[in-house]
Design a protein around this ligand. Structure first.
Ligand code: F0G
Length: 376
């Protein structure tokens, strides 16, 4: 019996871990797949790139149940939707939100999921996930911004629960990633770097850091959970899909990082507030820089992420190397701690890497032949 209890505790998700910070009560049915508690990985090679005795950590959100950070918000959004009696979860998505919504709807049982996606613009792994979990998929001849407009309209009627990050329950769940970082490091980092698309995640992290900071000051009994500082939030958009950076809507956003191909982010204002209040920055990285960073991270730190996630790493390199960087790390305080969130798993979006993969020519099943190919 005890062993069973221990197992149940290990698998608990973000609602069980951070219940007191979330909009749930004893009567909320908890829909969880054991999300959160993702590794904060110290990266020696990235730390060396920054220099000055700084430490770089990667928060690997790709190891969540559906392979992206969306699961943190989805456990809260799905649980609250069920509590309110919704019959269908609905979302627009560049892929990951739809995979997550579909999984949590399946988990809930008795609730369906509808996903509205830009046709031909969703990474293959993510589309497969939504299908496998049984979502009703509608592809539109339009982009993500069109899909979100339609979802907003549909969500006004009937039993739909919108589970995009315009739903505050999503933001509440996602802020737990900031809590976990503070819990592991014992304080907030000095800088937090992350990709920005619809801008929900930067909004959520900032909310989480602020809440833990306030907690340190206002709840002395919880001091071990508090933080005494707030990080500078540094967001990165893809150069061809950078409305916040350029301060204008991008009608036809383009980038290899399909997850962040968004021209009119829903949480634009909140992202601006996070950047300004945290004395952070917003910057852009090119597709070439994104793909190079994706390959670099896999080969040097053993972390394989999807292109959108690699924008955070490309951004770190830009802060280190480029004179055009909005935020330069050249004179960063010695010993600074930097966290980069990588948002989704590389296996979801294999196409770019696949293009680089040389065709494998099979050899005879003989050791000498294998030696020849290995060059040993
Ligand atoms: N990284 C990945 C892998 C994403 O899927 C997204 C957003 C982001 C970063 C950006 O996060 O939107 O909170 O600024 N994906 C959404 C989706 C839009 O539909 O899956 P954000």
């Amino acid at each position: 019996m005890q062993a069973t209890n221990a197992k149940v505790k290990q698998g608990r998700g973000v609602i069980e871990r951070y219940r007191e910070y979330l909009p749930v009560s004893d009567s909320t049915p908890i829909i969880s797949l054991g999300e959160g508690n993702t590794p904060l990985i110290h990266c020696p090679q990235l730390s060396t790139r920054v220099g000055r005795g700084c430490d770089v950590f990667v928060k690997n959100e790709g190891v969540n149940p559906t392979g992206s950070f969306k699961d943190r918000g989805m456990t809260v959004a799905a649980s609250k939707a069920i509590e309110r009696g919704a019959s269908t979860l609905i979302c627009a998505s560049t892929g990951n939100t739809s995979a997550s919504a579909a999984a949590y709807a399946a988990r809930a049982a008795g609730i369906s999921c509808a996903v509205i996606l830009p046709a031909g613009k969703i990474a293959s792994g993510k589309l497969l996930q939504a299908f496998a979990y049984g979502a009703k998929i509608v592809a539109i001849n339009g982009n993500f911004d069109d899909a979100l407009r339609i979802v907003r309209e549909l969500g006004e009627h009937g039993d739909f629960a919108i589970v995009n990050s315009i739903n505050p329950d999503r933001i509440a769940g996602q802020k737990t990633a900031a809590f976990e970082i503070v819990d592991v490091l014992g304080n907030a980092p000095d800088f937090h770097l992350l990709p920005v698309g619809n801008a929900g995640n930067i909004t959520a992290y900032w909310a989480g850091y602020q809440e833990y900071y306030a907690c340190q000051r206002t709840c002395p009994e919880r001091q071990s959970n508090g933080s005494t500082r707030l990080p500078a939030m540094i967001g990165f958009q893809a150069a061809g899909a950078a409305p916040i950076f350029h301060n204008r809507i991008i009608e036809n956003p383009q980038t290899v990082a399909s997850a962040i191909r968004i021209g009119n982010p829903a949480s634009w204002k909140q992202a601006r507030v996070a950047i300004e209040e945290s004395r952070g920055a917003i910057d852009i990285v090119s597709d070439g820089e994104i793909v190079a960073a994706q390959t670099w991270l896999a080969r040097h730190e053993g972390i394989f992420v999807e292109p959108a996630s690699a924008a955070a790493i490309a951004g770190l390199f830009k802060c280190c190397d480029s004179k055009d960087a909005t935020c330069s790390f050249k004179e960063i305080p010695e010993g600074s701690r930097i966290v980069c969130t990588v948002t989704g798993h590389g296996l979801k979006d294999p196409d770019v890497i696949q293009e680089q993969l040389e065709a494998l020519i099979p050899v005879a099943p003989i050791t000498s032949e294998v030696r020849r190919v290995l060059g040993v």
